[in-house]
Design a protein around this ligand. Structure first.
Ligand code: NAG
Ligand code: NAG
Ligand code: NAG
Length: 392
């Protein structure tokens, strides 16, 4: 009998714990109300959830909520879920943001799950207003987040990059949607830097800049079933602009589709890099292209807006790069460009099963290569280094 009562007692205690591990920003304890600013309510709910020794969950229920900024810091005492069902909105005018370079951010959190079908709306309206100044505010920043999952959320109209991943390890993005107008500048979808083991799967990105871009120190990065467009395509780099950059090593881009993007699959490095750099083991496979400019592009003379005084060769060594089963249509006649560094020619580049057509009127389908001797397997003539602009 006594044993029975002890069992009931434990049951009650554990039920209480499970209930107390939900931290709803609209509960009486936090007082968040729909259609209002919940900056403080969210900060308080996060503080309590993060201090919980049991797995905790912060809930932002359905409805529209505003926040001037939320930097949610760990380390937390246990795994933590953030369930965003509602529509989160940033201030229209960035002067009301609590931090100029980020809107919502997670820092030093382990075992975070961010999910719930909700939207992070950066309310960038600069593309409609040519006098408005763009800001640095990233919709969602993950800094030093580990063993985490970001699933089933939408990032809309960020004022700058949509999602920035820095110093993270083992983080998966799945069923994420990122949307911004084609003419909104600097609105990269997901930018990753100095991170290890990042997977992006079943994600749809249409913005005014790179779909996904990888900065230095991106290692073991996997992108599968990603759909890009409009925007500037999938980009490794730009690399080689700064001193002491870490290598990019181990990138797999598989079963992705690009539609109406300015570029397709690109590796870009700056000329005249201040130090030696590395980009290696980069594989693009099973990619569909629909009206994509520069579908396959290694550009070691990347220098937008003619910022470079002189064109010294890049000192980033690109090696072990494959493009396999890349099919579809190009928006530019030069469909394959492999323009490597004259100081450090690309090593071990392979193209296999490339079938790209061009139906525009700006010339006929062709390719150009310099400082690279690729291995071709089932690549038709015009796509297999048809010209070398540095040889006469
Ligand atoms: C990676 O993170 C997931 C949680 O998203 C976890 O289940 C898994 O064990 C982690 N893997 C490693 C190798 O730590
Ligand atoms: C892409 O998604 C489809 C359907 O959801 C799935 O069958 C397939 O395995 C995925 N491919 C990759 C490479 O992830
Ligand atoms: C590739 O991804 C698309 C879109 O998710 C899916 O429909 C298709 O089944 C996938 N195919 C393979 C071979 O993985």
């Amino acid at each position: 009998m006594a044993g029975h009562w002890i069992f009931v007692f434990f049951l009650l205690v554990s039920t209480a714990k499970v209930q107390s591990s939900v931290f709803d920003v609209t509960s009486a304890a936090y007082g968040g109300k729909p259609n209002s600013d919940i900056t403080q309510a969210l900060a308080n709910a996060w503080r309590d959830a993060c201090a919980s020794t049991w797995p905790a969950k912060v809930v932002i229920p359905q409805g529209t909520y505003y926040t001037r900024g939320a930097i949610l810091q760990g380390p937390c005492k246990a795994p933590i879920d953030v369930q965003v069902q509602g529509n989160f909105k940033a201030p229209l005018d960035s002067k009301y943001l609590t931090k100029q370079d980020s809107w919502v951010g997670f820092q030093y959190v382990d075992r975070l799950t961010l999910y719930g079908g909700g939207t992070f709306d950066g309310q960038n309206n600069c593309y409609k207003n040519k006098y408005c100044k763009t800001t640095q505010a990233v919709n969602l920043r993950l800094d030093f987040v580990t063993n985490s999952m970001i699933r089933d959320i939408t990032s809309l109209d960020s004022k700058n990059f949509h999602i920035n991943v820095l110093g993270c390890r083992n983080v998966t993005f799945q069923y994420v949607t990122i949307t911004a107008p084609e003419d909104s500048i600097n609105t990269d979808g997901i930018h990753i830097g100095r991170s290890f083991g990042i997977t992006i799967d079943h994600t749809t990105i249409g913005t005014g800049d790179d779909c996904i871009s990888l900065g230095d120190g991106s290692q073991r990065i996997i992108m599968t079933n990603v759909t890009c467009g409009p925007g500037h395509g999938i980009s490794i780099g730009s690399l080689g602009k700064y001193q002491s950059e870490d290598p990019v090593a181990g990138v797999l881009v598989k079963n992705c589709t690009l539609t109406n993007t300015q570029n397709g699959l690109r590796i870009k490095t700056w000329p005249g890099s201040p130090a030696f750099g590395i980009a290696t083991h980069i594989h693009f496979q099973d990619i569909a292209m629909v009206n994509v400019g520069n579908p396959i592009f290694i550009d070691q003379q990347y220098c937008p807006y003619s910022q470079c005084a002189q064109i010294a060769p890049s000192t980033v060594q690109i090696s072990s790069v494959t493009f396999a089963n890349i099919k579809g249509t190009s928006a530019t006649p030069i469909a394959v460009q492999l323009m490597c560094s004259r100081k450090l020619p690309c090593q071990n580049v392979g193209l296999e099963d490339i079938d790209i057509t061009y139906s525009g009127d700006k010339g006929s389908l062709t390719s150009q290569c310099a400082y690279v001797k690729p291995q071709f397997t089932r690549v038709a003539n015009p796509l297999a280094c048809a010209t070398n602009p540095f040889k006469s």
